[in-house]
Design a binder for this molecule. Sequence first.
Ligand code: GDP
Ligand code: MG
Length: 686
Amino acid sequence: MSGSYRRFIKPSNGKRGHKSSVYEEDYLSAEENLHALVIGDEDQPTPIQSMPMMSSFNDRIRPILDAVDQLRNLMVMKEGIQLPTIVVVGDQSSGKSSVLESLASISLPRGQGICTRVPLIMRLQHNTSLIPEIFLEFNGKTIQTDEANVADAINTATEEIAGGGKGISDAPLTLVVKKNGLPDLTMVDLPGITRVPVHGQPDNIYEQIAAIVMQYIQPEESIILNVLPASVDFTTCESIRMSRQVDKTGQRTLAVVTKADKAPEGLLEKVTADDVNIGLGYVCVRNRIGDESYDNARMEEANLFATHPLLSRIDKSIVGIPVLAKKLMHIQATIMAKCWPEIVGKINEKLNGNVAELNRMPKAMSSVAEFLTAFMQVIGYVKESLRKILVRGEYDEYPDDRNMHCVARVAEMFNLYSDDLLNCPESDHTRNFLMDEIRVLEEAKAIELPNFLPRLTFLSLLQRKVEGVSHLLFGFVEKVWAYFENLVLSVSMHHTENYPQVLFTTKRACQNLMVKMREQSIDWVSEIVQMEKLTDYTSNPEYLNEWNMLMSHRQAFIDHVQKNESSKMKIEGFGEVEIGNLREYQPLLSSAFDLKMRMTAYWKIVLRRLVDCMALHLQLSVRNLVDKELEKETITELMGTNGGKLEMMLEEAPSVAAKRRRLNGSIELLREARDVLSNIMDKVSA
Ligand code: GDP
Ligand code: MG
């Protein structure tokens, strides 16, 4: 059973396969170091022709093959990086396992129906030691075995992966065979394609198998080794139908025709006609039959193709397992050289992409101390930013966002508020000139001297006016706090976006705080309104000056109304006013005029007070917010969340944690892959 290729390799006639292909052309034109390393000098005789050359060929290709196999073991395919792979496909019982057995010269499980139920990655390696080394790798473990037990070991492993029944799985099983004289080849054996489920197989077995086969043969990097029994019409093979779906021109398909011994008639014509577009050519073989030794099988094969009247007519460059081995090695070397730069590029690209994505992710925190540090730091940043934009009017952090230029925006709102107060109906003293005053005086009639001006009349007018403008005050504070709320939230979001747990707490604290601050302001405004309604007072001398100035026109006004010369009159401080309707209220005119002038002089004072107080109040509130309340509220919120159990703040959303795990896994894998690559690159440049 210690069959070695070296013994069977016959000198080739120097021709390549009977058909040229893109791969062979690539193979001729590629000039990279790497290519030279794996393929050697094209002018040299094909290495497999002689024992030392075969061995040097193996030596040259092995580092790259090892690297690709390492990448395959790392499952870089999971990261969407396709590796050059020779994929063995064929209909059930077409002889796939037999071909692999012949190449590996070991026994694989064989039997009726479906034997290969999982993708079997076969890594054949030449071994300098004469003692073969065989092991299986699956589910993260390695199982040592030997030639006598490998078939059973594969069956046991298959059961572990795909269950005891006849079901299949796409989780691969790797079989490593290190044996003296083996070609360095890695191939994937796939479950045989069957249309009809056998007893115990799921109804959709065809779809399941087809999906696995497609997954492996679809990538452009895959070479399809299509196993076709000589006995059938190739055009009817399911495996041909499938490979032609993904490789229309057949440029990456190689056909192995098995059972040449069973159906020699017309085989030469079949492979010459090439009805099914096999770009990489045909190799006709005869596998081991029954309990033949591999040595015997190869001798029988060589004998068959040399002596059989029909089969001997087939060109020797396309018959026999050794030729197949040689072809596969060449193809493998070529796709390796072709795909290598792309693999290197892709691994780096994916690695950088994943690292960048991980960096963009929220920071994970592993201890309460770490969390609290981040928390305090973030609160510090938020406070500093707010102090800058709310208090100091510095907006270097948001140079282009006008909405964040807070001091200027608040000043604008403030000017509007002030204008609204000055322009509202309550501040228009010419409207219904003296009529409000006359009404109030009429209702204040009493049995008393007529020229007393009851203070209550003034207060009731004042109350009505203050009430009339109060909505402007409330409206203004609502507007300013809505603006502040937006601002505070966006500043705190900005500083916490990488810390979801901190963000959550801070956001809630800010929302609560802003509600509180707004309520405080509203309470304050209510109080101001109450105060203005309750008392008419000012120490400002402007009031008396103004009143005296206005009162100096009283007599002129009364005279004017009495003379009834015109219905309009110009009064200093008011402009033109309507007086036509005032004649009938002559007895009240003097008091009404006085009342009006007091109110006019006093209202100016009231408005100024409403504007000034508001300004001072806002400044104080903002200062309190930044200096005291924000920190207090966030800490209260933090301690109140989860009953103060800070450990719970460390928990991430499952989706975030899963994403982080996935990225970390990918990064680790890709880093390992990159190490594999840099190792091989060192070898290449050496
Ligand atoms: P698979 O289902 O495609 O893996 O096919 P197997 O390798 O299990 O082969 C199916 C049957 O065909 C087995 O009984 C093999 O012994 C037989 N067989 C495979 N290759 C040859 C061959 O070249 N000649 C002969 N006579 N029988 C073969
Ligand atoms: Mg099989």
